[in-house]
Design a protein around this ligand. Structure first.
Ligand SMILES: Cc1cc2nc3c(=O)[nH]c(=O)nc-3n(C[C@H](O)[C@H](O)[C@H](O)COP(=O)(O)OP(=O)(O)OC[C@H]3O[C@@H](n4cnc5c(N)ncnc54)[C@H](O)[C@@H]3O)c2cc1C
Length: 398
């Protein structure tokens, strides 16, 4: 019996996602330079059933609950084929998970089936111009309105929001000012339809690995209690739950990127000869290949392990998802750098697949939790576990 083998269910998802990747491969290089939606890529995604992975089955999704391991293996295949495809798929889950988790039945029924089919595009709006890693510093504010306080008004700016120009709704983290002395501001999540009055989208700066991004201004957007997602004041719980489920899938995407880059570099190293032999047989190049393969395989194991743990209990496994994300995205940076090195001047050609992978690896260490910030949480958990329980979580088998 193979112990560390994916069950057939996940192999099937993997095969399905690879087939979708093959369909976008002919135009992936073009799609991956787009900072607007690439129509043919979105059409392939919509025609596939992959978005079902991001929604529970009661609302048109695939599995009873969103399965982090299924999302992880699907993103591995998608990212290898196209970063644009991967981002489109990932955002469906990242943007809608708070609805699945804390939405009312009406909210779930009106949005999730359309997310599962890819008809509606989702966005998660946390970051602001002055608040990135430190989300407690957000200033987007939800204030009561109306004479009896029956409504709310949202004002503020969210920045670098994926899908912003095309999203149908924004799952938005907001601050609610304290209502009385001695009380503290609270953080909540609201669901803002993109066609609400006062929602204005402008482009974010272009980044080195193009991405569909926008700045979202909420100019006195009128909302009601029906736009709330989950319990008022529990905003961070919803954000953390989303990250628990989806952060390990960033690790999966990083593994897919490594696979793609290493395949290209390996082919080059076998085919190109210098000093009378293939590059792959020159010791230093062999070292680069071997170390990269090791990085890839170890990242994949940790990604699957963290995703599997999140599948079983997302509430207590965020640190493993963070660990998998840090390990895989930092490894992807090393691996893709080595791959460029192996390819010499051909690694530097603008718009080539390897050069695209090189640029695409960079933002992965920043979004959904920058490596340094995630390490703080991981180290904190390690210290707590060792000091309080006398053993690391792994030793205790958790
Ligand atoms: C391609 C892309 C897509 C994105 N999509 C979205 C999206 O859909 N929704 C959304 O809300 N946001 C999105 N973001 C924003 C992203 O989440 C932020 O960039 C990220 O949280 C980091 O915040 P920051 O860029 O403001 O960096 P900062 O928080 O300013 O951090 C800058 C540097 O300081 C380090 N640092 C910060 N705090 C600490 C600390 N306490 N200890 C040690 N080091 C620290 C960081 O690790 C980093 O290296 C996206 C960003 C990118 C690049």
């Amino acid at each position: 019996m193979a112990i560390l083998e994916l069950p057939q269910l996940y192999k099937d998802v993997q095969a399905e996602a690879r087939a979708v990747g093959e369909q976008v491969a002919p135009f992936a290089a073009e799609a991956d330079e787009c900072s607007e939606i690439h129509g043919p890529t979105l059409a392939v995604l919509r025609a596939s059933r992959l978005c079902e992975l991001t929604v529970p089955s009661a609302y048109g999704g695939r599995f009873e609950q969103v399965d982090p391991l299924a999302v992880c293996v699907a993103r591995e295949a998608c990212m290898k084929a196209s970063a644009h495809l991967d981002a489109l798929l990932a955002l469906q889950g990242i943007g809608s998970y708070a609805i699945a988790l804390g939405g009312t039945e009406t909210q779930r029924r009106s949005w999730l089936p359309r997310v599962a089919s890819g008809e509606s595009l989702a966005a998660l709006a946390l970051t602001e111009p002055e608040a990135g890693s430190d989300l407690k510093a957000i200033t987007a504010t939800l204030r009561p309105s109306g004479t009896a306080g029956e409504g709310f008004v949202l004002s503020g700016r969210k920045s670098f929001i994926s899908n912003a120009p095309v999203a149908d709704f924004f799952t938005t983290l907001v601050r609610e000012p304290a209502s009385g002395e001695g009380e503290e501001d609270r953080y909540s999540v609201v669901l803002v339809p993109a066609d609400s009055p006062g929602v204005r989208i402008t482009p974010s700066p272009e980044i080195i690995a193009p991405h569909v991004l926008g700045e979202v201004d909420f100019v006195d957007v009128p909302l009601t209690a029906e736009h709330r997602l989950g319990t008022p004041g529990r905003g961070f719980a919803h954000v953390l739950a989303t990250l628990s489920v989806f952060r390990s899938s960033v690790a999966g995407a990083a593994v897919g990127l490594m696979e793609g880059a290493l395949e290209i570099a390996t082919r080059h190293a076998v085919e190109r000869h210098q000093f009378g032999r293939p590059l792959a047989r020159l010791g230093a190049v062999a070292n680069l290949l071997a170390d990269s393969w090791g990085d890839l395989e170890s990242s994949r194991l940790l990604a699957y392990r963290a995703a599997d743990m999140a599948r079983q209990d997302p509430a207590t496994t965020l640190d493993y998802s963070s660990m998998a994300k840090v390990a895989a995205t930092e490894a992807a940076a090393r691996v893709v750098d080595r791959c460029v090195q192996i390819m010499g001047r051909w690694g530097l050609i603008k718009g080539s697949r390897i050069e695209q992978y090189y640029r695409q690896a960079r933002p992965m260490r920043i979004y959904e939790g920058a490596s340094e910030v995630l390490r703080l949480g991981i180290a904190g958990r390690l210290c707590r576990d060792v000091l309080e329980a006398g053993a690391t979580p792994a030793e205790r088998g958790s």
